[in-house]
Design a protein around this ligand. Sequence first.
Ligand SMILES: Nc1ncnc2c1ncn2[C@@H]1O[C@H](COP(=O)(O)OP(=O)(O)OP(=O)(O)O)[C@@H](O)[C@H]1O
Length: 242
Amino acid sequence: MRNGSKAPREPAFKVEGLTKVFGTGHSAVHALRGVDLDIPAGELVVLLGPSGSGKSTLLNILGGLDHATEGRVRFFKEELTAMNDAQLTRYRRRDVGFVFQFYNLMPSLTARENVELVTEIASDPLDPAEALALVGLTERLDHFPAQLSGGEQQRVAIARAVAKRPTVLFCDEPTGALDIRTGRSVLRVLQDVNTQTGATVVIITHAAATAEMADRVIDFADGRVREISVNEAKVSAEQIQW
Ligand SMILES: Nc1ncnc2c1ncn2[C@@H]1O[C@H](COP(=O)(O)OP(=O)(O)OP(=O)(O)O)[C@@H](O)[C@H]1O
C-alpha cells in the first residue's frame, strides 16, 4: 500500500463539476468542462496536458486568483467557490504560495530583501535566511538578481513563496525558462519543500518526465481530466530521465 501503513491523506482540495467559460456567445471559450478531482494534503502533484487544455485555469481557481463558472472547490473544510473577493484574498495571503515561469524578483533588492517583502506582512513567517537556506542559497543572501543565475533566481522566488509557510504551493511551469540540469535542481528544491515543510505542491509542466517525481499525475485534455495516476515508485529529481 502507498505511504506504508499510513491511512489515506485527507484531501486538501476536492473539486466537483468545475467549469470555467471565458467570454460569452460565439466568442465563449470553455476552458474547463466539468472537472472532478481530489488533491490529497501533503502530496506532490504534477499537472500535464497540451497547451490550452485548462491547466493554468484550474491552478488559478484553486489558488483563489479566479472564479469558477460552475462547480465546487473545497479546500479542507472551506468552500472556495462560495467565497467573496475579500475572503479569497485572505485565503491567498494565508495559505497559498505561487511560483511562475518568470521569477518576478525586484531587481533593486537582494535575495534576502526580496524574501523580506513577504515575511514583513506574513503572520508567522520563516526567517528570510532560513527560507533561503531551504532552497540552498545561504551563500547568496546579499546578491542582487542580476548577480544570480536563472536557476538561482527561481530558487529565490521559491524561498519567497515558502517563507510565509503556505499550506499549498502552486507552480506554473517553474522550469520552463531553464535548461535541463538547472531545471532538475529547481525540481529538487520543490521536492525538498514538499518533504521538509509538508506543503502540498502542485506543479504544471510540459516536461512529462517530471511525472516520475510526483505522488500523483493529473493528465488534462480539452478542459477535462483525461487520466489520474498514482505513482507507486516516485524518484528523486536527480533520477528523472529526460
Ligand atoms: N482570460 C482568458 N480569457 C479568454 N480565454 C482564456 C483566458 N485564459 C485562458 N483562456 C483560454 O482557456 C483555455 C485554457 O487555457 P489555459 O491557460 O488554462 O491552458 P493551459 O493548459 O494552462 O495551457 P498552457 O500549457 O499553454 O499554459 C485556452 O483556450 C485559453 O486560450
